[in-house]
Ligand binder design. Sequence first.
Ligand SMILES: [Zn+2]
Ligand SMILES: [Zn+2]
Length: 404
Amino acid sequence: MRTMILQVSVPRILLTRLLGRISPAAYFAPTSPLRLLDLPDPPLPAPDWVRVRNRLCGICGSDLHQLFVDASLDVAPVALPSHQRIYLGHEMVGRVVEAGAGVRDFKIGDRVVRWGRADDCVARGRAELCPACARGHRVLCEHASDPREHHPTGGGFGDSFITPANTLLPVPDDLSDEQAILVEPAAVAIHAAYRRPAEAGERVLVLGCGAIGFLLIQSIHALQPACEITAVAQFPWQADLALEYGAQHVFLASDDGFAETARLTGAKLYEGRAGNRMLLGGFDLIFDVVGIESTLNDALRWTRAGGAVVLVGVNLHPMRLDVTPVWYQEVDLIGAVGHDVVTWEGETLSTFELAMRWMQAGKLNCGKLLTHRFPLEDYREAFLTAIDKRDSRSIKVAFNLLER
Ligand SMILES: [Zn+2]
Ligand SMILES: [Zn+2]
């Protein structure tokens, strides 16, 4: 089994972060946490496990945060015990090549995507589910950090991995591999759209035009066709694509967002001292898909009284936030992480299943999202392409893992 891992150790992380300021080569150096290992194929540890051979795997923003050790050590999630080895790559599609005797739902040759981390109550086979798992929101499992026996499992950035079968979902034949690797980010976008569904006639802002942003624009419209979406992009080519994916208006992150919000929503703009600005009125609903200090502060101020901000972007640093809009304007600040179980047309299903259904029905178009593919051996170039959107114009970068 060839597989990519992060060796989690605080000295390694601190050293790499320090050296990374001098040269990006530090993130791939022998002193870094990143390794591409050749290990013997691990045996299936239990009858309900399967082995999957990867075909294609997308690089997620969260992979990049881990790889570029972009986290403060004092944020809440870092207090949780972490595995010594993190197997990178979850936006994968592959085929089942081996199944334990107890596996009922999959057979050899089935094409699958992975549901999520293999650490929740369901994956652990717990008889009693925690409240989050009972609700279906397995990403919020209360047992996710319980100790468990760690086999070398592998992940999506490698030729194969092993996992309990109940962490996988079958992929319908009419979805391509290229669509399948976007099922996980689409499931995340759909979950975010459900956290505060847009209402008819509402003005919605989507801050951030990466893969999740484009999938989110389409998911918001799938849930509520009668809302008006504005997108904020970093580069003009992203703005063009946002319009193509259904946004009615766009502006650039470098534009004056306060003036644009006033123009698009009719809000009144007030200016205090030293550039301190506030709006009365604004967007009904803002999705912050970037999730950094400046975008979240802007989002809270660009939302009308009684509106909501949904924080979708992943950021592992403490922020300096002006939260006065939360009480002074009663703006709701809502978080969103991972996937979920939702109700769609009277049916309860996971956002993974809904993502696949919406792709089949043409509600989620992702033909232009996969911009680059690399063999696993060229991982340095792949990761650098994924972070450099200006020159590479990358949206989703993936590893081609089919037999060489
Ligand atoms: Zn992801
Ligand atoms: Zn649980």
